[in-house]
Design a protein around this ligand. Structure first.
Ligand code: FAD
Length: 382
């Protein structure tokens, strides 16, 4: 058994799995605890920007993901009714050249599976629902719903928007419902008919108060995905998602362009998700515990950068732990927060405002970011 410091990662979502993979690459002694009984393939799409692809390069799965995903030539923004182009943001070759990696859209399940498979089997414990943690000063004791408990030297909370680790640091508090829901559907790409525009590889249709983002999730362009942002006053927080229907979609997008109507008519199954946020947290770590991703800064997905921020967090945390050493965890956590909080808050704010790439703008501060290359700033004394 290894005598090196034990790092526990709670949650094997996109953020937790990427963090664990990076820490293991650096030679750390890591174990991941995931409440789900096994890996589950969520039917959704996801954007993976060059800022994330550079991290996947380190993990060793960049090429495998690039082979599966769609490589859009551009992000288009279009008018909901006329289809007029409001913005065209070059991606494709431009992204490779200017941001240092590809811009992909992929099936979220394929991406998650590659990340989980990058971990040694013995490093992941499924069916471990963390119910309580105790920072005992010399270590942290984790209690699980199955009655077991395990200890670690430091604990990383990558356990999502309802994080137990966040609760241990800051007390119980429900996330805020953002007043918006998101419909999500993946289905075979429809055949083009009269009146429709050819499908853009990646497009966001905008009206004043709602949108529909559409893109392929495979390189073959045989599966297409849409995700919406629609205002809705009430949502019962006990439901993370609910079934939706074509009728609801027809009603919600009445009068929209024929291309959008065709997507709705060809939908096989559609669900709707609550969009949740939190105000920036007053602290990201205390004692031997630290937060990342949605546990720390959940946001509306309107910039398509939520998972990206979780993965960037994990990469920065791994960098800081390597630089400072696990035994100086307090300094490493402070360095991590100092180098992540501003960027994560900025992305949270733009996602909230839902302005990203609606008109032509330069996204290089976001896509060009390289977490391994930026100069680290020193934490301010508290
Ligand atoms: P999660 O993915 O929530 O993972 C948390 C993990 O912790 C889960 O596996 C969970 O089972 C586990 N867990 C929770 N509690 C416990 C416990 N007590 N014990 C053990 N395990 C536990 N982001 C993008 O970058 N691009 C996109 O295109 C995009 N589109 C989105 C569309 C929608 C509609 C939504 C809602 C979000 C979207 N996001 C997107 C955001 C993204 O999904 C999240 O920001 C991202 O999943 C956060 O990753 P995470 O690892 O922090 O948390």
């Amino acid at each position: 058994m290894s005598s090196s410091p034990r790092i526990a990662v709670v949650g094997a979502g996109l953020g937790g799995a990427a963090t664990a993979a990076l820490l293991i690459k650096e030679g750390f002694n890591v174990r991941v605890y995931e409440q789900a009984p096994a890996f589950a393939r969520l039917g959704a799409g996801i954007h993976v920007g060059p800022n994330v692809m550079k991290i996947l390069r380190r993990i060793g799965i960049e090429d495998a993901l690039a082979a599966q995903g769609s490589h859009p030539d551009a992000w288009y923004s279009r008018h909901w009714e006329t289809g007029d182009i409001l913005a065209r943001i070059p991606l494709g070759e431009y992204a490779l050249k200017h941001y240092g990696a590809a811009y992909l859209t992929v099936h979220r399940g394929d991406f998650h599976e590659l990340l989980v498979k990058a971990l040694p089997t013995e490093a992941v414990a499924f069916g471990k629902n963390l119910t309580r943690v105790e920072d005992r000063g010399h270590d942290v004791l984790m209690h699980f719903a199955d009655g077991s408990s395990e200890s670690a030297d430091i604990v990383i909370g990558a356990d999502g928007v309802n994080s137990r680790i966040r609760e241990a640091l800051l007390g119980p508090e429900e996330p805020k419902y953002a007043g918006y829901l998101a419909h999500r559907a993946v289905f075979p790409t429809p055949v083009l008919e009269r009146g429709m525009l050819p499908f853009d590889q990646c497009v966001k249709w905008w009206s004043d108060d709602r949108h529909m983002m559409v893109y392929f999730v495979t390189g073959k362009a045989d599966e297409i995905y849409y995700v919406t942002g629609v205002p809705a006053t009430h949502w019962d927080l006990k439901d993370r998602w609910l079934e939706s229907s074509k009728d609801e979609m027809r009603e919600t997008f009445r009068g929209w362009h024929p291309t959008v109507q065709a997507l709705i008519e060809n939908t096989v199954e559609v669900t709707k998700w609550s969009l949740l946020e939190r105000d920036p947290l007053p602290l990201w770590s205390r004692g031997r515990m630290v937060l990342l991703g949605d546990a720390c800064h959940p946001m509306k997905p309107h910039m398509a950068q939520g998972a990206a921020m979780a993965i960037e967090d994990g990469a920065m945390l791994a960098r800081c732990l390597k630089e400072v050493g696990v035994s100086h965890y307090g300094d490493a956590f402070a360095l991590y927060e100092a180098n992540r909080a501003e960027r994560a808050s900025k992305v949270q704010r733009i996602s909230h405002d839902n302005t990203w790439l609606r008109t032509n703008e330069d996204p290089s501060w976001c896509f060009g970011y390289d977490v391994f290359d930026i100069e680290l700033v020193t934490p301010q004394a508290r």
